[in-house]
Design a protein. Structure first.
Length: 311
């Protein structure tokens, strides 16, 4: 892995570490599996099946728990495949769920053509292939090789205003309207007992992403500790930790200390300068965090962040 303090050799392993309590967590905004070269989108190789670039990327992470953001399901632009299912098969992660942020068709300059018959968030898994009759959607996924006790989904409302952003493949700034988001939680059976992993993709709108993060923090407060929160937060550096450690408005649950597990740039992938992608923990000490860093892949404008934790 590329990291300021850890080399690829340092984080390599011959096994998955679960018998000793060491687990490998990864979060990756996959940009619907889009191949990139020097920060610019490129067509997939002619010999590739639609899901192959994404499959190769997730296989390289060797994760026990993997959070994916910007995942397509049955979208024309990504070959009409179920990307969460394809990623799970490629990585050998049999327990997985995909959560829709929106049911809509990606539509180039128009952004998204919403499906009015599917207004809410839904969760799909290994047994749900085809049950939505191929309705296109976009969202996030959480995949694991560990046994799962429970799955939870939470829809996060979009910000009322958009923002000008740099969009891969377009010159200058593009005004982008916000869209609904989702959070996906799983109560997992770890080597040392149950814990909760949560995948998130927060909005790019400043202030609204802070509000979403606090909503997620309070939503998972009653789930088993430790908590591991993974995703693209669209918040830089130490900001997510500071937000999560802010005082609660209600004292129904005791405050918990959240910790960073990695401080390394993840965006843009070809020359990272800021960290939008994070793995944070609550309910375990700093000594539980092991090696951490990013991985170079052939897809996306983000680098995946990989962290080893003792749980």
């Amino acid at each position: 892995m590329d990291s300021p303090s850890h080399s690829a050799h340092a984080v390599g392993r011959a096994d998955h570490g679960a018998p000793h309590g060491r687990l490998r967590f990864a979060t990756f905004n996959v940009l619907h599996g889009r191949p990139m070269v020097d920060g610019r989108p490129v067509p997939p190789a002619a010999a590739d099946e639609p899901a192959e670039p994404l499959s190769r990327a997730v296989m390289s992470l060797d994760a026990d728990v993997l959070a994916l953001q910007e995942v397509d399901r049955f979208q024309e632009r990504s070959g009409r495949v179920d990307q969460a299912g394809a990623a799970a098969r490629a990585a050998g992660l049999d327990e997985w769920r995909y959560a829709t942020a929106l049911h809509a068709r990606a539509s180039g300059d128009r952004g998204w053509d919403l499906d009015p018959t599917e207004p809410g968030a839904r969760m799909y898994g290994p047994r749900d292939t085809g049950t939505d009759a191929g309705v296109p959607s976009h969202g996030l996924a959480l995949l694991t090789r560990l046994p799962v006790r429970d799955w939870r989904i939470r829809r996060l409302a979009p910000a009322p205003l958009g923002m000008p952003l740099l969009v891969p493949g377009r010159p200058g700034l593009t005004l982008v309207r916000d869209r609904p988001r989702a959070a996906l939680a799983a109560v997992l059976e770890g080597p040392r007992g149950p814990f909760t992993a949560v995948a998130v993709h927060l909005t790019f709108v400043p202030g609204w992403n802070v509000r979403q993060l606090l909503t997620v923090r309070d939503w998972i407060a009653g789930l088993p500790l430790p908590h591991v929160l993974l995703g693209d937060f669209n918040l830089v550096g130490a900001v997510p930790r500071a937000v999560l450690n802010a005082p609660r408005t209600t004292r129904s649950t005791p405050p918990r200390r959240w910790r960073d597990t990695a401080r390394t740039p993840t965006y843009p992938a070809h020359r990272p300068v800021v960290q939008f992608d994070h793995v944070l923990t609550a309910g375990i000490g700093a000594e539980a965090a092991g090696t951490a860093g990013t991985v170079r892949t052939a897809i996306s404008d983000h680098r995946p962040l990989v962290v080893e934790l003792s749980l």
